[in-house]
Ligand binder design. Structure first.
Ligand code: SF4
Length: 727
């Protein structure tokens, strides 16, 4: 029997591309893009096209494995799920009895990886019931700094409305490699004549066709943003009415900008002052204009204030929440039943969350422990010991900064369990490895929040991601692992669901959409109304639900496009305005203004070190064929980029006396790796770019996990000092 199943790709978490899978006699045989899907319109990237290769990969984990040899020795016994869950529950209970529940850290990866869906709220539920405040993740180096700081400053997340924009700014983002649907949207905008500004030390696909391409020194984005703001203010290009009515701290910001004339900005950022002026004028004078912020901005010690300065650019030019600018939406806005049960965690335990000194960890929509603080707690037992970790769909041994330390910490744990699709570098160090299913083997749903995916002005969509084939081998979906472990630990009444559909029906109850509804509508169901209002009404109990229902049926259905929402209700910040000056941040001991502070390890931050390490290393540029450390084992993808390389400019190569393809020693103050150099004009001189996620040439051996962004705890993975020596 042959059938076609429509589903949603979950391999990168950025696009949610629609795909159609042909299933013949129970086996998935072909995959293609769904031409009816509003996002990808039939297109799949290389990873999506390899979905069946991943599903059928011969090296998938097939059964639970229990370590028999020394840690990392690779000796395993195959065991049953019953034995595996029994062992896992017993060891977690032992650690809890001996050291307290906080000695267990649950660690969840991106949630959009090979395992399906973002079931993080269910893992949070389990952690809260268990009594540990520690559920860590890479959020603090992923989109955490961007979403938190934009939210803190504007009360929402301003998403670029490319479709209606006349000028698109790409800042530290390369959607050609990371997000095919965003690439398509930008390509279309450029095709119809929108101006393009790219800010990136590398000459990416879009940089090569940009009207202006700025190539700042990695880590200096905050100074560059202040320079752009300074030009806009000095040249009177700002929206006076908006600034007067809707911002707090403009005069303080103006004083700060006086310290960043373009001459100084050039010295800090290495961007010629004429280019700073040109970019500022192009952005401010082309209306409307929007900015895409990328992950490259997240991974610095000055990440937060740089992001705040860039958000100030949107506000000061009147491009905030306006058509074709950056339109505000609220994350996590669907009024669902509260799955995570944060109220079950006693406040005194929540106060012990590792990394609590960073506001990000306790922010209402995060409550996520800080991974480097977890690593420190394992190694140094400060402020208390962490003795066990349960890792789901993550590979911190390779993806977290300072891999030597991370691996040492994982080895020191009394118990480590890892659930994943393949044997990862982290799983190799585990006591127990659990085989997880891919997204094609389990049902969940995809949320297309307005703004996060679709045109921000368009209402969002909920779409079913149905199971295409039953789980292969003895793999289990993530949700099943969490639910069964919850029951084993004695929380059966909180995990009453026997299927994910039952759980989804509970979760989506207040939204009024069931799993059957989603099954009946493979094209998706509109989430009615601009989602930011859900946040506001969701807190108002029955009255709020009534209002949501009423608005859904009336205003939102008729007028989905909502700009300038602040004119009716103010911004959802303490002052109801955009906060250039944040009293809240000041009270937390952080800079209230978006002050630029040089990272300690930079040519200007430590002039002594720069004599020995004269180059700036940035790691983590994305490759279209991989997601972080995943998929290196998939032949069709691996062929595209089998080995890591360090990219350098011909001038840098000449200074270091190395030739293209030569193997060199690339060193930071922490460590060195032997790697091949690729000489290319596509990167600015004095900068070295090394990809992350390769086990043999691991970029994170070189990165620092002891210097932090004070707001989010982010680490400088994109801005270290380094040198190149003959190997
Ligand atoms: S961009 Fe690629 S990996 Fe991401 S959802 Fe689309 S097809 Fe899947």
């Amino acid at each position: 029997m042959i059938k076609s199943v429509k589903t949603v790709c979950n391999l990168c978490g950025l696009c949610g591309c629609g795909m159609v899978v042909t299933v013949q006699d129970g086996r998935a045989t072909e995959v293609r893009g769904d031409e009816d899907h509003p996002e990808n319109r039939g297109v799949l990237c290389a990873k999506g096209r390899a979905a069946l290769e991943i599903l059928h990969a011969p090296d998938r984990l097939k059964t639970p494995l229990k370590r028999t040899g020394r840690r990392g020795e690779g000796k395993w016994d195959r065991i049953s799920w019953d034995e595996a869950l029994g062992l896992l529950a017993e060891r977690l209970r032992q650690v809890k009895e001996r050291y307290g529940p906080e000695a267990v850290d649950f660690h969840k990866g991106s949630g959009h990886d090979l395992c399906a869906g973002d079931v993080r709220p269910y893992l949070h539920r389990l952690a809260n019931l268990f009594g540990t405040p520690n559920l860590s993740s890479p959020f603090f180096i992923c989109n955490g700094p961007r979403s938190l700081n934009m939210f803190q400053m504007t009360g929402g997340v301003p998403a670029p409305e490319v479709e209606n924009s006349q000028c698109v700014v790409l800042w530290g983002i390369n959607p050609t490699e990371t997000a095919i649907t965003r690439h398509m949207r930008i390509r279309d905008a450029v095709g119809r004549g929108a101006k393009l500004v790219v800010i990136d030390p590398r000459a990416t696909h879009f940089a090569k066709q940009a009207d202006v391409h700025l190539q700042p020194r990695p880590g200096s984005d905050g100074a560059l943003a202040l320079g752009l703001l300074g030009v806009i203010v000095d040249d009177g290009l700002f929206d006076r009415e908006f600034v007067t009515k809707w911002t707090v701290g403009f005069e303080e910001l103006r004083s700060l900008l006086a310290d960043y004339p373009v001459e100084r900005v050039e010295q800090i950022t290495w961007v010629p002052q004429d280019e700073v002026r040109e970019a500022a004028h192009l952005y401010a004078e082309t209306t409307p204009a929007c900015i895409f912020l990328g992950n490259a901005l997240d991974q610095h010690t000055g990440a937060s204030q740089a992001i705040r300065s860039i958000t100030a650019l949107m506000a000061i030019t009147g491009n905030l929440d306006s058509r074709g600018g950056n339109v505000i939406y609220s994350p996590c806005s669907l009024a669902k039943n509260p799955v995570a049960l944060h109220d079950r965690l006693p406040p005194e335990m929540a106060a012990k969350r590792l990394g609590n000194r960073f506001p990000l960890t306790s922010f209402p929509f995060t409550r996520i422990a800080h991974t480097p603080s977890v690593i420190k707690a394992i190694l140094e037992e400060e402020p208390y010991p962490v003795k066990a970790m349960v890792v789901m769909a993550a590979n911190p041994a390779l993806t977290s900064a300072n891999s030597q330390e991370v691996v040492a910490a994982l080895k020191k744990l009394e118990f480590l369990a890892v659930a994943d699709v393949f044997m990862s570098e982290t799983a190799e160090l585990a006591d127990l490895v659990l085989p997880a299913s891919t997204f094609l083997e389990q049902t969940y749903y995809a949320t297309y929040e307005a703004g996060a995916y679709l045109k921000p002005s368009r209402p969002g969509l909920l779409m079913l991601r149905p199971q295409v084939v039953p789980p292969l081998h003895e793999s289990w979906p993530d949700w099943k692992i969490i639910f069964e472990l919850g029951r084993r630990l004695g929380y059966g009444e909180y995990f009453p669901w026997q299927s994910i559909e039952e759980a989804m029906d509970y979760e989506l109850g207040p939204v009024g959409i069931t799993s059957d509804d989603l099954l009946d509508h493979p094209e998706g169901i509109q989430i009615p109304g601009p989602s930011f209002l859900y946040q506001r009404f969701a807190k108002k109990g029955l009255w709020g639900k009534f209002m949501i229902g009423l608005l859904n049926r009336t205003v939102f259905r008729k007028y989905p496009n909502m700009y300038h929402k602040y004119r009716r209700m103010g911004f959802l910040t303490p002052s109801k305005k955009v906060e250039f000056f944040s009293r809240q941040l000041g009270e937390l001991g952080c800079d209230a203004l978006p002050v630029y502070r040089e990272s300690t390890e930079s040519p200007l931050g430590d002039p002594g070190l720069v004599d020995s390490y004269p180059l700036v290393l940035t790691t983590g540029a994305k490759l279209g064929c991989y997601v972080h450390a995943q998929m290196r084992n998939i032949p069709s993808l691996r062929r595209r980029m089998p080995h890591n390389v360090a990219e350098i400019h011909p001038d840098t190569a000449a200074e270091c006396d190395v030739t293209d393809g030569e193997v060199v020693l690339l060193e930071t103050p922490r460590a060195g790796v032997n790697c091949q150099v690729r000489i290319t004009e596509d990167i600015r001189p004095r900068v070295v770019q090394l990809y992350h996620g390769f086990a043999k040439v691991n970029a994170n051996l070189l990165t620092d996990n002891r210097s932090f962004d004070p707001i989010t705890g982010s680490v400088p993975m994109r801005s270290s000092l380094c040198r190149i020596l003959k190997a």
